[in-house]
Design a protein around this ligand. Structure first.
Ligand code: XMP
Length: 513
């Protein structure tokens, strides 16, 4: 595997994704947690950072831990840091250089730039720049404004680039990472969904033996794939629990339960909506809503799980982005996400997380490999607290029902409306990362027939995204929005106005609460 040491850059996760796309296994670790004795490491990447090498708080790494043992690739801060500590010169440019640049010179005889075009487009984002290289390093690329856009060591496999090969706008960035991973580090590119399923099923059999395992299902891709994988390994020894907190989509509890049964899973469905509506009564503050639902969920799950007296393991569909230990530089909580976060501490069970090394797109590939139906695999993400965070203000059963109806019209519409993408018809649902309706705590005046109405407004939200870290509002066709707006106002009692949310993330978030 390739270890990516994270110095806090926004794009560190992207480096990981790119390597995985090259079927190369990688692990992202904080800059100071290099795994000293791991025999599987074949190379190391040093990420970018929000700091300058001169910042007093700048993250420092003892390079002697890795130098001479593995090939190294420094990216942005990683490049500056290696130049700086080896006697080169790094200086502030006065202004941040951000955006597109084209290489002016590039040494395509360097293994790092094999196959590169002479004027390849790269993406820069830095404040400091390297103004002198240490003696042992040689410049292998430059742009108009950056003399040392890339360098390599004369004597050992050390490479560095000032630009960001991991971002989409570095057009040959994947080629560069492939050159590093495959040619320089010797990755065999042997990750495949089929090999993952085979080895994981064998490992799970060995690990779990004849033990009983319980798993919380949410209807989402991760927990569903996790369940099917475990089912393949241990069959009826897996018991799944699916809790309905009353704030799922229209008919979702019934439909998903049915899907799971078709897959042969042993699922206990628990309708706990009464409890949640009671506890949420009158609560309007978003964080408080999240806390109540998070805690309530754990209580219900725990009570159910205790009925399975011989359970030894708790399985969770945790995936890699949930686990990457992030260098939380600002230290601020934006939203407290609930999944089954608090469960393992409370329950006396051992934890089993077979998807813990996978990114979302890999989970989907595994799901297909397991023969799961496409509609389960391509489902949009849905927040744990469900429609509760899409009803601004207090929550009642009636409001949930109104929102469910509007949401159902929007989502069904997205599934049915197709447009041409690269020569084939693709539904708007499949062209968006996530979509839903938000019930606003305001009323406005309308007119229906000859009657004055004074009813609620909803906002439609649909976004495109790669990973939910950043998102743009989806540019849905006007005719489609007109139809959905009409349908909602005509069919959902209590709503007389529909708006479309055109905010991106950041500065907004995907959910409103
Ligand atoms: P935001 O609103 O922070 O959402 O831009 C990012 C992604 O996370 C989802 N989300 C949640 N997922 N539990 C989850 O499992 C939660 O509590 C939760 N809150 C938000 C959101 O739908 C989006 O995909």
């Amino acid at each position: 595997k390739i270890v990516i040491l994270d110095f806090g850059s926004q794009t560190t996760q992207l480096i990981g994704r790119r390597l995985r796309e090259l079927d190369t296994f990688c692990e992202i670790l904080p800059y100071n947690k290099f795994p000293q004795n791991d025999p599987n490491v074949i190379g190391v990447i040093l990420s970018g950072s929000p700091y300058s090498v001169y910042d007093p708080e700048a993250f420092k790494l003892d390079l002697s831990e890795i130098r001479g043992r593995y090939p190294i690739l420094g990216i942005c801060y990683g490049a500056q840091y290696m130049a700086h500590v080896n006697g080169g010169k790094v200086e502030p440019t006065g202004s941040r250089e951000y955006g597109r640049a084209n290489l002016k010179t590039v040494d395509t005889t360097s293994p790092l730039f094999k196959g590169f075009d002479k004027d390849s487009q790269v993406w820069m984002s830095h404040g400091d720049t390297i103004t002198a290289l240490p003696d042992e390093f040689r410049c292998i690329a430059s742009t108009d404004s950056v003399e040392f856009a890339a360098y390599q060591s004369e004597n050992e496999p050390i490479y560095a680039v000032q630009f960001h090969p991991e971002v989409f706008h570095s057009l040959q960035g994947t080629q560069l990472l492939k050159n590093f991973a495959v040619d320089i580090c010797g990755s065999r590119q042997d990750w495949s969904p089929a090999s993952f399923v085979d080895t994981t099923v064998a490992e799970l059999k060995a690990q779990l033996g004849n033990d009983r395992v319980i798993l919380g299902l949410s209807g989402g891709v991760d927990s569903s794939v996790c369940a099917v994988l475990l089912h393949r390994a241990i069959g009826k020894n897996l018991t799944c629990i699916f809790v309905d907190h009353g704030m799922l989509r229209k008919n979702e509890f019934r439909d998903v339960l049915n899907d799971y049964e078709c897959l042969g899973l042993n699922v206990i469905g628990v309708d706990a909506s009464e409890k949640f509506f009671k506890e949420l009564e009158g609560v309007t503050e978003p964080e408080q809503k999240r806390k109540i639902i998070g805690k309530g969920f754990i209580d219900v799950f725990d009570a159910e799980a205790h009925k399975i007296t011989d359970a030894r393991w708790l399985a969770q569909g945790t995936i890699y982005p949930d686990r990457i230990e992030s260098l939380n530089i600002t230290g601020k909580v934006i939203k407290s996400h609930h999944n089954v976060g608090g469960l393992p501490e409370k329950m006396n069970l051992r934890l089993c997380e077979p998807l813990q090394w996978l990114f979302k797109d890999e989970v989907r590939r595994v799901g297909r490999q397991l023969g799961m139906p496409e509609h389960l695999i391509t489902r949009h993400p849905f927040p744990g607290p469900g429609l509760a965070v899409r009803i601004l203000g207090d929550i009642t059963r009636e409001k949930v029902q109104v929102l469910q109806e509007a949401d159902d019209i929007f989502i069904r519409g997205l599934r049915e409306w197709t447009t041409e993408v690269d020569g084939r018809q693709v539904s708007l649902y499949d062209q968006t990362w996530q979509a839903g309706v938000v019930l606003l705590p305001i009323k406005s005046v309308g007119v229906m027939g000859d009657e004055r109405t004074y009813e609620k407004a909803v906002a439609l939200r649909a976004v495109t995204s790669q990973d939910a870290m950043t998102a743009d509002w989806a540019h849905l066709p006007y005719e489609f929005m007109a139809q959905v707006s009409n349908d909602i106002i005509n069919k959902v009692k209590g709503i007389n106005r529909v708006c479309y949310d055109i905010s991106s993330k950041p500065p907004s978030t995907i959910e409103w609460e």
